[in-house]
Design a protein around this ligand. Structure first.
Ligand SMILES: *Cc1c(COP(=O)(O)O)cnc(C)c1O
Length: 447
């Protein structure tokens, strides 16, 4: 069956809901979301007014934001950005947010560290000065999800929603809870019932409602889709469902920051984790925008996607040469990436192939080894998703797929404190001793 027809079939369920939410979007006609001008269908290109919709009425394709971007004077734009705040709002001219966004109550995420990782590079055989870790564990709720939620929050304000919600593999629930608390929204978020304790506590501590669903993430997502189509979900902004086109744009800020932090240059290679694939596709969109705006020199770059073997629908399709992503039932310690039916999977395949990159996976043992490798070489404690990207980077270098002579940026998207269980069984005190010098001497640790 043709690729497009397959995609359409998968989206049919979504489209009927999309039509229902259109009815409530009349109020959205005069919304001010800065340079965002319309929603456009990624499959057929049809345009729609800005509103809380996410699927094309004609072909059921996913919608994304179209812009009137400030073209023409890259030097002026670069100066304006550099004079902006040290968070994602320095890029407000390129995002679907009102111009005065920096003055509104939100968590001001972003502008996280780009760490030159020479110690890790030495272990992996990468030349000094060529390997970087973009460390998004430094965001307010310790994952990259604060970037996307901050965009969805502005859309929720613009469309008059009063409750923020989401289906989450853990990090998103915490980011929504915190953003809602700060901005004065009610929140009610949904997670699989069996997540890591660190993620459950972080999702609950901000005081909103947290609901554990007996099922995996794909069950949670299906439930949320039903809720949106039902009167029970009226007035709710689901950041990753009916606000998804806005939410997704937040990932572009990773592309902007990486290039600005490299001195307004494109990296040669990027290694990005894949859950739904949204982050990877929007980082590519952000890089393309920087080229189009003349903010960076146009040159080729390669995008590599990283998955855990226990949830590897995209890498499996990539290696088999398929255009279609076959859903899997996840079974991995990398729970934040455990989406068995990734919405942006086919687009990830397109990008990896177009840029000359690849999609690869590593098993749980390699994930744990990579977490420890990054920690002991660079002092960065990553969650399992970061273990996946570092593990895949190592594997791709060893296989000769990633070029160790080129500038490479590896993403760490979350904080290891949220997934302690992954490393706790193999990480602990070197010795436990009585408080005496004799005991310490006997332990053989004095050097
Ligand atoms: C959500 C998430 C991702 C990737 O998300 P996409 O759905 O692919 O955009 C990566 N890392 C962490 C830690 C996450 O929470």
């Amino acid at each position: 069956m043709a690729k497009c027809a397959m995609r359409k079939m998968r989206r049919k369920g979504l489209a009927s809901m999309a039509v229902q939410t259109v009815a409530t979007s009349d109020t959205a006609k005069n919304v001010d979301l800065g340079p965002a001008s319309a929603l456009s269908c990624r499959e057929c290109g049809e345009r729609f007014p800005l509103g809380p919709i996410f699927a094309c009425e004609l072909c059921f394709g996913p919608l994304e934001i179209a812009y009137d971007l400030p073209e023409g004077d890259p030097e002026a734009l670069r100066k304006r950005i550099e004079a902006g705040p040290a968070n994602i709002w320095r890029y407000a001219p390129l995002l679907p947010v009102p111009a005065d966004v920096a003055g509104k109550p939100n968590l001001n995420p972003g502008w996280t560290k780009l760490v030159q990782a020479d110690n890790l590079g030495r272990e992996l055989g990468v030349e000094p000065g060529k390997l970087f870790v973009k460390d998004d564990s430094g965001n307010p709720t310790h994952s990259f999800k604060d970037r996307v939620v901050a965009q969805a929050l502005e859309a929720a304000r613009a469309f008059g929603f009063t409750t923020l919600s989401c289906s989450s593999t853990g990090n998103l629930a915490g980011a929504v809870g915190a953003a809602a608390a700060r901005a004065g929204f009610r929140s009610c978020v949904f997670i699989p019932h069996d997540l890591e304790q660190g993620k459950v506590v972080m999702a609950a501590v901000y005081g909103g409602d947290l609901v554990g669903i007996e099922g995996n993430y794909d069950d949670v997502n299906r439930f949320c889709s039903e809720l949106i189509g039902d009167p029970l979900g009226e007035g709710w902004g689901f950041v990753n469902v009916n606000l998804r086109p806005y939410y997704a744009e937040g990932s572009k800020t990773l592309a902007y920051e990486i290039c600005e932090q490299l001195g307004w240059q494109l990296p040669d290679q990027l290694v990005i984790p894949i859950a739904s694939g949204s982050q990877l596709t929007k980082i590519d969109k952000g890089l393309q925008e920087l080229i189009k705006l003349g903010l960076v020199e146009d040159k080729p770059y390669k995008i590599f996607g990283a998955q855990a073997e226990g949830c590897s629908p995209v890498s499996t399709a990539f290696k088999a040469g398929h255009d279609v992503v076959r859903p899997q039932k996840p079974n991995t310690i990398a729970k934040s990436l455990a989406i068995g039916n990734p919405a942006d999977g086919p687009y990830v395949l397109d990008i990896a192939r177009r840029t000359g990159g690849a999609v690869e996976d590593v098993n749980d043992e390699q994930v744990v080894d990579a977490i420890k490798l990054l920690a002991r070489t660079e002092g960065i404690f990553a969650e399992t998703a970061g273990g996946v990207t570092v593990g895949v980077t190592k594997k791709l270098i060893e296989a000769g797929v990633l070029d160790p002579a080129l500038t490479t940026v590896v993403l760490n998207t979350g904080d290891g404190l949220k997934t302690l269980d992954a490393v706790a069984p193999t990480t602990g005190p070197t010795a436990t001793i009585r408080p005496s010098l004799d005991a310490f001497r006997d332990a053989g640790l004095a050097r």
